[in-house]
Design a protein around this ligand. Structure first.
Ligand code: HEM
Length: 410
């Protein structure tokens, strides 16, 4: 059922309330206009579980190819000329290609994150968690984001790839700047120019690192990717650089968000917190529920590869769809009492890692990191209290991440 364009619904997408609690707005959109054309965002906004999953699964009709270019194409010519490197980077690599290019790179990366490989990383992740908590706990208070949820995934992915410890802070900054343009509804010139600058600096730094590994391979992922590039048939240099950048950026803010948003949800639901304390074996289903309840990555994008009908709406070829993962995860047609945190929820087929061929390559790693982080926090601190007044969200409509999450521990 198509409805007339409703400007008041569209205003909600750019309202301040959407930042801290997008779910009431998603519920309204899903109920009133589940395939909504947004002037504010310049794309279609899909909020029903079935529509979101259908688009994620059908890469032939809903493609990843050209989706970032379509977003950047909205900019004036002079700006577009200045951001060529951004175009180039975001037309290569897994998230921006479909088969066969996608399959080739993806098969390679999959090997680095199998459940077995990730299990082998467990002792090191535990060590990092312990060290961070030792450092963070001073005077009984912890700023969870700054001191724990943010550095943990950054250190893990940096070590996996083989980024030297002294370069870590720099790469975190670049990584934040590169992905920043994703968080704007329509392209924002200043943010995009900053993303481009960060990308160029990251590229230069990566090429040096790649050269060093070429001369002297180590036991890390960059060396494995370089070896694949040297075999010639698997990865070219542009893909190699784009893949490193994807890995450095994709698993960072998202995992920070899983830990931050999950802990916030748990502290705001003391019965669930107590249940997890009493039954630590529930950690597996609890992490899935944190992912569903308040995902840190609210939306994926696709372009229509042909004229399609979705959710009763006709969408012409070449248009951008925002697939609202956060909205799909709260769809009452799929999840009973979707606004309730239930750490025992099963089945829990949330969309937070996507679906289909682009399903998150780092999901096993993110799950393990979160399990170890929550289990250790709860074991170590018999009492954790939220400092509600200090809770602050980032201004972003793609990444739903906390800026600060202060807690008092005992
Ligand atoms: C809680 C943490 C994470 C969340 C919520 C998350 C979410 C997602 C989602 C939704 C997608 C699919 C996007 C789409 O279909 O357009 C995706 C793809 C991807 N993620 Fe994650 N991710 C997380 C952690 C990680 C980690 C730790 C890594 C790697 C170290 C990673 C690497 C990737 C890669 C490489 C892709 C692209 C896969 C492809 O296109 O085939 N992610 N992620």
């Amino acid at each position: 059922m198509a409805v007339d364009y409703d400007p008041s619904l569209d205003q909600l997408l750019v309202s301040p309330e959407i930042i801290s609690d997008p779910y009431p707005i998603y519920h309204r959109l899903r109920a009133q206009d589940p395939v909504h054309w947004s002037d504010a965002w310049g794309c279609w906004v899909l909020t029903r579980y079935d529509d979101v999953v259908l688009a994620l699964r059908d890469h032939r009709r809903f493609t990843n190819v050209g989706r970032i270019a379509a977003f950047l194409d909205q900019l004036p010519d002079d700006v577009r000329a200045r951001i060529r490197p951004l175009y180039e980077n975001f037309t290569t690599g897994m998230p921006n290609t479909d088969p066969p290019e996608h399959t080739r790179v993806r098969n390679l990366v999959n090997k680095a994150f199998t459940t077995r490989v990730v299990e082998g990383m467990r002792p090191r992740v535990q060590e990092i968690v312990n060290d961070l908590l030792d450092e963070a706990e001073s005077g009984g208070t912890i700023e969870v984001i700054r001191d724990f949820a943010y550095p943990l995934p950054a250190i893990v992915i940096a070590e996996t790839l083989g980024v030297p410890a002294e370069d870590r802070d720099q790469f975190k900054e670049w990584s934040d700047d590169i992905v920043a343009f994703h968080g704007t509804g329509r392209p924002h010139v200043e943010t995009i120019l900053k993303s481009t600058e960060a990308l160029l600096e990251t590229k230069e730094w990566l090429l040096e690192l790649i050269e060093a590994r070429r001369r002297q391979p180590q036991d890390d992922l960059i060396s494995a990717l370089v070896a694949a590039e040297e075999r010639g048939d698997v990865l070219n240099e542009t893909e190699l650089v784009a893949t490193c950048i994807t890995l450095l950026t994709a698993g960072h803010e998202t995992t920070t968000g899983l830990i931050g948003n999950g802990l916030l949800a748990l502290l705001r639901n003391p019965d669930q917190l107590q249940m997890l304390r009493d039954n630590p074996d529930l950690i597996g289903t609890a992490v899935e529920e944190f992912l569903r309840f308040d995902t840190s990555f609210l939306r994926a994008w696709r372009l229509t590869a042909e004229d399609v009908e979705i959710g009763g709406q006709q969408v012409p070829k070449g248009q951008t769809l925002s697939l609202m993962l956060g909205a799909a995860n709260r769809d009452p047609a799929k999840f009973e009492e979707p606004d309730r945190l239930d750490i025992t929820r099963e089945p829990n087929l949330h969309t937070s890692f996507g679906w289909g061929i682009h399903f998150c390559a780092g999901a096993p790693l993110a799950r393990r990191e979160a399990e170890i982080a929550f289990t250790t926090l709860l074991r170590r601190f018999p009492r954790i209290e939220l400092d509600e007044a200090g809770v602050e969200w980032q201004q972003n409509n793609t990444f739903h991440n906390l800026k600060s999450l202060p807690i008092v521990v005992q």
